[in-house]
Ligand binder design. Structure first.
Ligand code: TRH
Length: 367
C-alpha cells in the first residue's frame, strides 16, 4: 500500500561544505516527487539560492526553530528525519511530544536517524536498528537508524531525477574533465599532466574550494590570477572556472564529462549515476577512518588496479605519482563505471526505501 501525501519534517545542520544540504535537498525533492509534503528545516539555507533556484512545489524550506512562536502554525509530521545525527531543537521536540501523546495511536508516526553513506560491512548490521530515547521530552519514543548503502540490505542510494539512459545522450561539446575537490596534494600532478596533454583537454573547475586550490596552484606556476580570471591556457589544454551551478546543471555537467573528480558524498553518488570515469576524494577524517571507507568501496566493487592507485594517490594515501590518464586508462575506468551503475540500478532507491519503511512501521502501529 503506497502512502500518499504524508508530511515529512527533515532537519539538516550544515556542518561544512555543501554535502549535508546537498543530500537533504535531494532527498526532500525526491520525497516531494513521490507525492509527499516536506518541511526542510535547515540552519543555513544560503546555498539553496544556487543549488536549487527553482525550489520544489512540495518542499518548503524553514528556518531552524528557536522558540515556540516559530512553530505556532506548524502541523504535526507523520515522519521526522534527523539527517547525519544533527541535533533537533528542544523547542521542536517539546512541542511535538504532548501532541503525539494526544494522538489516538501515538506510534503511528516514525522518527528516522538518517546516516552517512558508506560501503563498509557495518552498514547492513546497523540499518533499521532501533534506538530508544531514554531522556528528554521524547522519552519512551524510538528512533530508527536508516543507512543509505550499496547492497540490497541497506537503504540504497538517492537516484538522480533523470534516469541513467537519458544521461547517456551524446555529448555535443568538446571533451572536458570536471574538478570538484578539496585541496589534494596531487593537484599539482594533475595540472602538470594537463599542461602536457596532447591533444589538450578543458578542465572545468567548480566554484569554491576546488577553484581556490587551482588558482593557488597556477599562481605558484607563475600565472597572474585575478578574481576575474575565467580561463587559463595551459599548453594545448585550458582551465575554465565555473560559477556555482544548480544541482540539476551540476548533474548534467558530470553526465557529459569524460572524467570526473568528485568529493564528499552527494557528488560521489552523482558520479556513479553519470557512468563516466571518476576519482573520488573522500572527506578526510582526523582518525584516518576515511581510508577504510575508501577501500571498502573500491574493493567491494573490484575497481581496476589503476583506479585504486589513482584513488590512493588523489587521497594522499600513497606516495606514487599520478599515473598517466591515457585514453586506455579512461576506457578501462569507464567500463567499470558503467557496470557499477548497472549493478547499483538494481538496488533499492533511498527515497522509495524510506517510504516503504515508513509504511511498514505505520501499518505495524495500526495493528
Ligand atoms: O561539499 P562536500 O564536500 O560535502 C560534504 C560535506 O563536507 C559534509 O560535511 C560531509 O559530511 C560530506 O561531504 C561527506 O561534497 P558533496 O557531498 O559532493 O556535496 C556537494 C553538493 O554541492 C552536491 O549536492 C552538489 C552540489 N553542488 C552544486 O549543486 N553545484 C555546484 O556548482 C557545486 C560546486 C556543488
Amino acid at each position: 500500500m503506497k502512502p500518499l501525501g504524508l508530511q515529512w519534517d527533515l532537519f539538516c545542520q550544515v556542518v561544512d561544505n555543501h554535502g549535508d544540504l546537498g543530500v537533504c535537498w535531494r532527498l526532500a525533492q525526491r520525497l516531494g516527487d513521490l507525492g509527499h509534503t516536506v518541511n526542510l528545516f535547515v540552519d543555513d539555507s544560503s546555498a539553496l539560492s544556487w543549488m536549487a533556484p527553482k525550489g520544489h512545489p512540495h518542499v518548503q524550506c524553514k528556518a531552524w526553530p528557536k522558540n515556540t512562536d516559530d512553530l505556532l502554525t506548524h502541523p504535526q509530521p507523520d515522519v521526522l528525519i534527523e539527517a547525519f545525527g544533527c541535533e533537533i531543537p528542544q523547542v521542536y521536540l517539546s512541542q511535538l511530544a504532548p501532541a503525539l501523546a494526544q494522538r489516538a495511536n501515538p506510534t503511528s508516526w516514525v522518527w528516522i536517524n538518517l546516516e552517512y553513506l558508506s560501503a563498509e560491512d557495518y552498514v547492513e548490521r546497523m540499518h533499521q536498528m532501533p534506538s530508544p530515547v531514554w531522556s528528554g521530552p521524547m522519552k519512551g519514543q524510538t528512533k530508527w537508524f536508516f543507512y543509505p548503502g550499496f547492497t540490497l540490505s541497506t537503504g540504497g542510494l538517492l537516484r538522480a531525477h533523470k534516469p541513467p539512459q537519458d544521461l547517456k545522450a551524446p555529448n555535443a561539446s568538446p571533451p572536458y574533465w570536471v574538478l570538484f575537490c578539496y585541496e589534494p596534494k596531487a593537484l599539482s600532478d594533475l595540472i602538470q599532466q594537463i599542461s602536457l596533454r596532447k591533444p589538450g583537454v578543458t578542465l572545468k573547475v567548480t566554484a569554491g574550494r576546488a577553484q581556490a586550490a587551482v588558482r593557488m596552484e597556477l599562481e605558484n606556476r607563475g600565472f597572474e590570477m585575478t578574481p576575474d580570471t575565467q580561463l587559463v591556457e595551459l599548453g594545448e589544454s585550458q582551465i575554465e572556472f565555473l560559477p556555482y551551478l544548480s544541482q540539476s546543471d551540476f548533474d548534467d555537467l558530470l553526465a557529459q564529462s569524460e572524467l570526473n573528480f568528485v568529493r564528499g558524498e552527494d557528488s560521489w553518488v552523482r558520479a556513479i549515476w553519470a557512468q563516466k570515469p571518476f576519482v573520488w576524494q573522500i572527506y578526510p577524517q582526523s582518525d584516518q577512518a576515511h581510508e577504510s571507507k575508501l577501500m571498502a568501496f573500491l574493493s567491494r566493487f573490484k575497481a581496476p588496479q589503476s583506479l585504486v592507485e589513482a584513488h590512493l594517490h588523489w587521497n594522499d594515501l600513497s606516495k606514487a605519482t599520478l599515473a598517466a590518464l591515457s585514453p586506455q586508462v579512461l576506457l578501462e575506468w569507464r567500463q567499470w563505471s558503467e557496470s557499477l551503475c548497472e549493478l547499483l540500478s538494481k538496488n533499492p532507491e533511498l527515497g522509495t526505501a524510506l517510504e516503504h519503511f515508513v509504511t511498514q512501521k505505520r501499518s505495524q502501529a495500526d495493528t
